[in-house]
Design a protein around this ligand. Sequence first.
Ligand SMILES: NC(=O)CC[C@H](N)C(=O)O
Length: 190
Amino acid sequence: MKIGVLALQGAVAEHIRLLGQAGAEGVAVKKTEQLQDLDGIIIPGGESTTIGKLMRTYGFIDALREFAGRKKPVFGTCAGLIVIAKEIAGQEEAHLGLMNMIVSRNAFGRQRESFETDLAIQGVGDDVRAVFIRAPLIKEVGEGVDVLATYKDEIVAAREGHLLAASFHPELTDDYRLHAYFLEMVKDYN
Ligand SMILES: NC(=O)CC[C@H](N)C(=O)O
């Protein structure tokens, strides 16, 4: 299995490392042509505004919409979750607008800019290590979206068919169970 990690900005190497631990080959994706031979892609954390701008510059908006349109799995973590959302609260435009949910940026407030916790994630585990850094949350999910995890009653992980989203950074831990879960999705859709 060959999984891309969108490498325009953000935590790329860490995802590649965890994909390796979970048993897949991870490749840094800088050009749209590379999407041709990928089985799935991860859009990493970083700064969603920057990632969005670079995606527009390098033709990734159309290319990734086409990729997801072919039912190739897409996993957005943190800023990546914002990038794949249909709607971003308080912002006029979405980026890829793929997943049926409304997300809120920097939703945990200044006093909790970053923290770590163990989460119960449906289908993944009861104690999955999660690192939150200026994290977004999912305010609302639409039809077809399953909530996979909550933290203090807020939605922090969800899935819609071949699309997976997490508010946190699974790649900053050694816990690769969420990556393994994504690889199962990739198997199902390829
Ligand atoms: N760690 C992250 O990816 C932070 C996301 C960032 N706060 C944003 O809005 O894009």
